[in-house]
Design a protein around this ligand. Sequence first.
Ligand code: UDP
Length: 331
Amino acid sequence: MRKPLNKSGRVVLITGGAGFLGSHLAERLAAEGDKVYCIDNLHTGRRENLAALTRGGQVKLIEHDIVKPLPIMPRFDAIYNLACPASPVHYQSDPVATLRVCSQGVFNVLDRAVRDGADVFHTSTSEVYGDPEVHPQPESYQGNVNTVGPRSCYDEGKRFAETLLTDYCQQAGLRLRLVRIFNTYGPRMLPNDGRVVSNFIVQALQGEPITIYGDGSQTRSFCYVDDLIEGFMALMAAGDDAAGPMNIGNPAEITVGELAEIVVEMTGARSEIVYKPLPKDDPRRRRPDISRARQVLDWSPKVDLAIGLRSTIDYVQGEIEKGNMLNLCYA
Ligand code: UDP
């Protein structure tokens, strides 16, 4: 008899489990009583993100790249596929590798899922909407994506993955849950991965200039990591009415310029603001329409930006004090 989607005591696999989101999910699933295996190629993930859990034996970390067939492991009840570089600086540094993760990597995950009869949970992205002409973005919006721009390896890779997962799971009779994640922040995001929240906090704490790309009028809607993980749990536990893509994000939208002001104020920084060119194809605005998640999952985000930023600033401060800071990345 199959176990229901979110029952505890399962054996589960998280690909990308040592990363920012993967490690939070591992923590949460282990707390629910699941036996958690994580695989990660450790390009953007860090062993230390899972250190407490691996020491305690609740989580096992295997260094592996999902582009290669998955190693011998136990039979899984569920596979959560999170492996993929997600910061523009990272996914653009080797676009072909990004496309392989989104294609061959997903095939490898699905081949294992069908062998095990595992439920599949896949992390897609708001980037499937590209530079959106519909605002806010509901799941039904089909997007405005450049197929040959600097972001295309990620955007089109993730779009391909959605199609592959949907068709494969349907043909193989596997349960699939597909989340479209909007900008997420919180402790354990790589302080130097080039994203706006981490860049601004590191710059502010180190008294360096805050780098705004463009005039700062572009918008994003930032979701705190704990809210996102709650959304994951609700989505995996939900019934068949939750099938198909599901936006999980925080609809509170702000401009990048406003974010800079908030970070400067919260850190008491003396940093000046400098303006750099806007990267090509940078979306002008982004905000999730979460009506579907509210209705089907009874989920909505709870953590205000000021609260979430406080704990993120404290985390980055701790990383700086531990000497874990490498050079910042810029687009
Ligand atoms: N951005 C910025 N300064 C930085 C890093 C990013 O102004 O130091 C801008 C970037 O151009 C984009 C927004 O902040 O408009 C969000 O960028 P991020 O890389 O965090 O994520 P994206 O949503 O673009 O994938």
